[in-house]
Design a protein around this ligand. Structure first.
Ligand code: TYD
Length: 142
């Protein structure tokens, strides 16, 4: 699965911690968008989609959250609770986010602007697109 944990550099001194993230160095793409999710109530599960081309890095900068990443072949649950760590998720990976702690802030770095067309929100359709693979022009048939 095209998913991996990235450990960011951290500068720690008696004044606290600082974690810098640079595009194409710490995040393996050009960062075109940043957003964050917070104030998620207990029991809420969100996400439930894949992206066709988008790459993302998820960082839980406060609190903790669990991420399910899934393909038709395998699935994995990852606990994010370390602000020095990011979860890279490549294209065509189904994801769900759950078990947000009350103080959780999930920061997301994305390789592109918000594009509704890049979302696949139906798991059956996602699985079928994975099965059919990319055409010769590098695109997925929808
Ligand atoms: P949504 O995709 O439902 O969140 P998730 O899949 O993570 O549970 O997004 C919630 C709302 O925010 C939805 O109305 C779309 C909007 N949105 C933007 O306008 N820009 C963005 O970059 C993102 C990620 C969402």
């Amino acid at each position: 699965m095209n998913v991996r944990l990235i450990k960011f550099p951290r500068h720690t001194d008696k004044y606290g911690n600082l974690v810098p993230i640079e595009e194409n160095r710490d995040a393996p793409f050009e960062i075109r968008r940043v957003y964050y999710i917070y104030g998620v109530e207990q029991g809420v599960r969100r996400g439930f989609h894949s992206h066709v081309d988008l790459e993302q890095v998820l960082i839980c900068v406060s609190g903790s959250v669990k991420i399910l990443v899934k393909t038709p072949e395998e699935e994995q649950e990852i606990l994010l609770s370390d602000p020095q760590e990011g979860l890279y998720i490549g294209p065509m990976i189904w994801r769900e986010m759950f078990d947000f702690s009350e103080d959780a802030v999930l920061l997301v770095l994305a390789s592109d602007h918000y594009r509704v067309e890049d979302y696949i929100r139906d798991y059956g359709k996602y699985a079928e697109m994975v099965k059919n693979g990319r055409s010769e022009d590098g695109r997925y048939d929808r």
